[in-house]
Design a binder for this molecule. Structure first.
Ligand SMILES: Cc1ncc(COP(=O)(O)O)c(C=O)c1O
Length: 422
């Protein structure tokens, strides 16, 4: 039972701000907020899209730019340990997702890593030609799967989330799923789905974009094959931070990814004309890494040092449960639906509401300093990063949302005009 249930289930009394402050006083992760540079007048509920900036980042970037680049110049590839940064940062992420350090490397974007893994998986299952996915996945996952199907002659089959298990038939080469859905925040049972896929001989690629840094994940405990994820969401690596890719050690020698760039070569600095894949996870590399992005991500990850991921999960669930209960308590007259499961075990670290006027409501909220986002056609999305949010933040965010609805301010023309990024 998490902290909200403990403090609230015994009483039918409405939740008050004082309850929230009491929960903050008992929060063992509360001091982590000091590691982030958040504006005082902002409640940031969009860490599932772009994480907040850890204070460790600017000084690391200044050092990388003013010393390592400006003074060290090309010597820094060796002298400042630039070259092994993809492996080093991958090793840090491995500890958050239940992988061994040698199974994760940081490279490219999530979309590109999905491409590499999908082609690799198809090659490892010659004789099968189906890429199975779900029809509510994040678009890039679906688009890349379709693109790979077109390129390779495979078939991309996308089914409803509830039908995934039944669709795992003997012709499926690879199943590609996002663990926590970007819209609903609903999580798959990674262990059960992976087990079923393996029973029919298929491989599985997990997209951990909304999992890594948000909740514990046990890739090896689930005997996962492959995974990818974003560096800029709950890992807080900054806009466009590079992605990570996981390949289970047992597949290291058989995986052959299709973008055979020189950094994935066994001996890049021998400059031979023939591609020989590097041993181990290094073969997932392609070209020169985005070093500045890697350094920002590496510094950002220090915010997780010493964090017990089970404690982080308990706080994340406490925050999302509190938010859902306060929606019930404070907003029942305003036409919101709940798109996220009430059952804690099925939730990631976000809560999504539905409302026909969701876009304008989110814009009005942002104008009042409560930052969430909107996903067409009607989803108001709120992410709860347990490292920097408090229970009082949840109360204040709901109070602001209530004010936006009661005042009707969201009807203003300024909140109706669609911006490029929603
Ligand atoms: C599930 C999922 N996968 C992938 C991405 C993005 O991939 P990329 O970093 O290649 O833009 C997102 C972005 O929101 C996402 O939610």
């Amino acid at each position: 039972m998490n902290i909200v249930s403990q403090s609230l289930s015994s009483s039918a009394a409405p939740i008050s701000r004082a309850h929230c402050l009491a929960m903050d006083a008992a929060d063992t992760l509360a001091s982590r907020r000091d590691l982030f540079a958040l504006p005082q007048d902002v409640i940031y509920l969009d860490g599932n899209s772009l994480g907040a900036m850890p204070k460790a980042v600017p000084s690391r970037m200044t050092q990388a730019i003013e010393q390592e680049w400006a003074v060290g110049l090309i010597r820094s590839w060796n002298d400042a340990d630039w070259y092994p940064a993809p492996q080093r940062v991958g090793g840090r992420i491995a500890s958050l997702i239940g992988a061994k350090p040698n199974e994760v490397i940081v490279a490219d974007s999530t979309s590109v890593n999905l491409f590499k893994l999908l082609v690799s998986a198809l090659r490892m299952r010659a004789g099968r030609n189906v890429i199975l996915g779900e029809n509510g996945n994040f678009p890039t996952d679906a688009y890349v799967a379709s693109g790979v199907a077109e390129l390779t002659g495979a078939q991309h089959r996308a089914v409803a989330p509830a039908d995934v298990m039944a669709a795992l038939t003997e012709d499926v080469a690879v199943l590609t799923l996002t663990h926590v859905n970007y819209k609903s925040g609903q999580a798959y049972d990674m262990a059960a789905v992976t087990r079923r896929a393996h029973e029919v001989g298929a491989l599985v690629i997990w997209d951990l974009a909304h999992t890594a840094g948000a909740m514990p994940c046990d890739l090896n405990g689930c005997e996962a094959d492959f995974a990818v994820g974003c560096g800029y969401k709950y890992l807080n690596g900054g806009p466009g931070a590079p992605s990570f890719v996981f390949v289970a050690e047992r597949h290291h020698e058989s995986v052959r990814q299709p973008i055979t760039g020189w950094h994935g070569h066994a001996k890049p600095f021998e400059f031979t004309q023939t591609y020989v894949p590097a041993p181990g996870i290094d073969r997932m590399l392609v070209g020169t890494a985005p070093q500045m992005g890697l350094f920002a991500l590496e510094a950002a990850l220090t915010a997780f040092d010493g964090v017990d991921m089970q404690a982080l999960r308990a706080k994340s669930l406490a925050l999302t449960e509190l938010f859902i209960r306060l929606v019930d308590q404070e907003l029942s007259e305003h036409g919101f639906g709940l798109a996220t499961p009430r059952e804690a075990g099925l939730r990631g670290s976000q809560v999504s509401l539905t409302h026909a006027e969701g876009y304008a409501i989110v814009q009005a909220l942002i104008a009042r300093g409560v930052i969430g986002d909107f996903r067409a056609p009607d989803i108001l999305r709120f992410g709860f990063a347990a490292l920097y949010l408090s229970h009082a933040d949840v109360w204040d965010a709901i109070a602001t949302l209530k004010d936006v609805m009661v005042s009707g301010i969201w009807r203003s023309a300024e909140f109706m005009a669609r911006k490029a990024v929603t």
